[in-house]
Design a protein around this ligand. Structure first.
Ligand code: MF3
Ligand code: CO
Length: 236
């Protein structure tokens, strides 16, 4: 998982720089495919329930699972990049939100808040805490900043498969759910919007958009719960 995570981190670092106005999302997908192959990994999303690409690129009101294609990025776009890699049968999964060029204050605030929400959840990922502590911490940050947690989607266990038990909700009650233990590996992934948390799936069968068209942000890392606390596996 460390190796898979290292490749995910490499890809996200490259994509962050490559995500400029005028670039298509298909170009980012190709770049990701090249890096993953070069590093000896395999894209975890391609073929997953028939998903047709290496990464997910979701723009503005698109929250998740946007399919890369001919769409040209424009200055001000709030882009979500989601990457999963398999390496020798083990998986890692992470996502970032980036503002293309100079964006609105709202876009920048969403990016800040979704990251802050992630770190609040991350802090709870330690032995002796409960699964619900993660979601409660995430939700608290999101609410305090006047944004909404996206409904119907959650983080997940990750390791021998992309999606494993347990589901890791972004809103939960502290002290509820399973007891967290060392050795667990979780994808913690707050998804938030500036409007309501309700979503729709587009006609392509994949792209999740906010129902009210509001801007959305997403941030995710694969986190290992070690004896001494959380360790991020999807960073360099
Ligand atoms: N990180 C996304 C998730 O955990 C990846 C989805 S895989 C896809 O939901 F193939 F469905 F895109
Ligand atoms: Co995930």
């Amino acid at each position: 998982m460390r190796q898979a995570g290292r490749i995910v981190a490499l890809v996200l670092a490259e994509l962050r720089t490559a995500a400029q106005a005028g670039v298509t999302t298909a170009t980012l997908d190709r770049l990701a495919s090249e890096i993953i192959a070069r590093e000896g990994g395999e894209p975890a999303f391609r073929g997953y329930r028939g998903y047709p690409a290496t990464i997910c690129t979701s723009v503005n009101d698109e929250v998740l699972h946007g399919i890369p294609g001919r769409r040209v990025l424009r200055a001000g776009d709030l882009l979500k990049l989601d990457v999963g890699v398999r390496w020798q049968g083990m998986y890692a999964d992470a996502a970032v939100s980036v503002v293309v060029g100079r964006g609105s204050q709202l876009a920048h605030r969403l990016v800040e808040v979704v990251e802050e929400a992630f770190w609040a959840g991350y802090t709870m990922a330690r032995p002796g805490r409960y699964l619900g502590d993660i979601g409660a911490a995430i939700e608290e940050i999101v609410r305090r900043n006047g944004f909404s947690v996206i409904e119907g989607y959650a983080g997940h266990g990750v390791g021998r498969a992309l999606h494993e038990e347990p589901s890791v909700p972004n809103h939960a009650e502290a002290g509820r759910g399973i007891l967290l233990r060392s050795g667990m590996t979780l994808a913690i992934e707050p998804m938030i919007s500036a409007g309501s948390g309700q979503t729709l799936v587009k006609r392509d069968g994949w792209t999740v958009v906010t129902r009210d068209g509001s801007l959305a942000a997403h941030y995710e890392h694969t986190v290992w719960i070690s004896e001494s606390g959380p360790v991020i596996l999807t960073q360099l």
